[in-house]
Ligand binder design. Structure first.
Ligand SMILES: [Zn+2]
Ligand SMILES: [Zn+2]
Length: 259
């Protein structure tokens, strides 16, 4: 399998996953042009995309999905509640390209087995995804207020995990956001902090159940890549754990990881 975070953050999310002839985009939360250029920069022709999977209807996850679907005739996959909630955001999609999955039930695209799992976030029916193919596993969990046992179970045994490290709690509290927005981000249906990401990874690395990690969906105003990296890795170092942690940035493609 191949994995590349094209963009990750509240300014837009798009993750590329590939196995053999299956090319999947998880979320399309940037302009069609930006996503096309990002794909081309890693050598992927947008025409070859097999599917766009949607985690939830927030703008930073869907804004380019309709455009790409119409331009390249790509099916979009989402659960029923998300389809309903993103109707206006992605505009007209032809029937054939409207695909449904049920949260908690595995579905397949080619040889890739996909598990959409529930996560706590303030959207209609938000999900994360695990992908299994060729004996490997990749999991994506961003946009969640706290780490549930269900999400953690789905992250286990992944060769690659993209996990949210949205904000530094002190930066958020002391920052310029209005209080209701701060409260939303800190709530159980908001976003995962650097500390919370660190605690999750501490458990997962301790159990030796994950390979490498990308920290993603970093806030522009309430985090910094070095700070997210430092916070998480110092927690892991303290326990003497071996780890492989990278950052998925908001403006640029990550390296392409092949497993
Ligand atoms: Zn988001
Ligand atoms: Zn969201």
């Amino acid at each position: 399998m191949k994995f590349c975070s094209l963009r990750s953050g509240s300014s837009g999310n798009a993750i590329y996953i590939n196995h053999k002839d299956v090319h999947i985009l998880v979320d399309a939360g940037l302009s069609g042009k930006t996503i096309e250029n990002a794909l081309r920069s890693i050598g992927v022709d947008p025409h070859s995309l097999s599917a766009i999977l949607i985690t939830h209807e927030h703008r930073d996850h869907i804004i380019g999905a309709g455009i790409l679907s119409r331009r390249y005739n790509i099916p979009i996959y989402a659960n029923k509640a998300t389809w309903e909630a993103m109707k206006r955001g992605i505009k007209e999609i032809k029937d054939d390209n409207r695909r449904y999955f049920a949260t908690g039930e595995i579905f397949e695209i080619g040889e890739v087995k996909i598990m959409p799992f529930k996560k706590p976030h303030d959207a209609a029916e938000p999900v994360g995804f695990s992908f299994k193919a060729g004996g490997k596993k990749v999991s994506i969990a961003t946009d969640l207020g706290y780490m549930t046992r269900g999400v953690a179970n789905n992250l286990m045994d992944s060769d690659i995990v993209l996990l949210e490290a949205n904000h530094d709690v002190q930066m958020l509290i002391n920052g310029s956001y209005p209080w209701p927005l701060k409260k939303r981000i800190l709530s159980d249906v908001g976003h995962l902090s650097n500390d919370a990401a660190g605690e999750t990874l501490l458990k997962l690395f301790k159990m030796k159940t994950i390979g490498m990690v990308f920290l993603g969906h970093l806030s522009k105003n309430n985090n910094r890549p070095e700070l997210a990296f430092y916070t998480v890795t110092s927690m892991l170092k303290k326990e003497g754990l071996k780890f492989n942690v990278k950052i998925a940035l908001r403006e640029i493609e990550s390296e392409i990881i092949e497993i």
